[in-house]
Design a protein. Structure first.
Length: 198
């Protein structure tokens, strides 16, 4: 009788083992759970990669634009710099505007912006159609010292731009971390300096 009970117990244990193993071996719906867990992470990574790529690309385009504007400005005459709105400075602003348009970057209404003059520097602030303010500074009276030998003061033109970049990452990160708080807007800066040749 004791042997019978032990054998019944062994059969019950084997039956429960097979049943439990069968339940755990099934994968019905596991792909849905995996997708539900991994999709928000993949979206955050994808949007992050695209956002940082766009910011890096914008930085590169702005650096190129400031170099082109500084190269153009270095060849402009400085005879009209005593005027309140010198044509040579407006021409530099137009070069910057044209480069931004050619690079498919919104100029935020740069052509309609009025300049604020400080010494030999003109600053344009434009915010039409942009999430923030684009600031362009054209400094025709910049100077720098040469290196090596006897230092010489060189007159130059310095072009500085600060462009508002709208991030999408701050909205998508909330799928993974609802309490996360990232800046939605960043100013991307670029500048270039060239010796005045006139």
């Amino acid at each position: 009788m004791m042997q019978l009970r032990n054998s019944e117990r062994m059969q019950t244990v084997r039956h429960l083992w097979r049943y439990g193993r069968g339940c755990c071996a099934r994968t019905d719906g596991s792909q849905i759970v995996e997708l539900a867990v991994s999709l928000p992470l993949m979206m955050v990574m994808m949007v992050g990669i695209v956002d940082f790529g766009q910011a890096f690309n914008l930085k590169h385009k702005l650096e190129t634009a400031t170099r082109e504007a500084a190269r153009f400005a270095s060849n402009q005459s400085s005879n009209d710099l005593t005027n309140p709105a010198p044509p040579s400075v407006d021409a530099v602003r137009e070069v910057m505007h044209n480069y931004l348009m050619a690079a498919e970057i919104d100029d935020c209404g740069l052509t309609a912006a009025a300049a604020a003059k400080t010494g030999l520097a003109w600053t344009y602030a434009a915010n039409t159609g942009c999430p923030g303010t684009l600031t362009l500074t054209i400094d025709r009276g910049d100077t720098y010292q040469t290196t090596g030998g006897t230092p010489v003061t060189v007159e130059a033109t310095r072009i500085t731009i600060s462009y508002p970049f709208q991030w999408r990452f701050n909205r998508i990160i909330k799928l993974v971390a609802p309490a996360a708080n990232y800046a939605g807007l960043t100013q991307i800066n670029a500048d270039a300096t060239m010796q005045n040749l006139d």
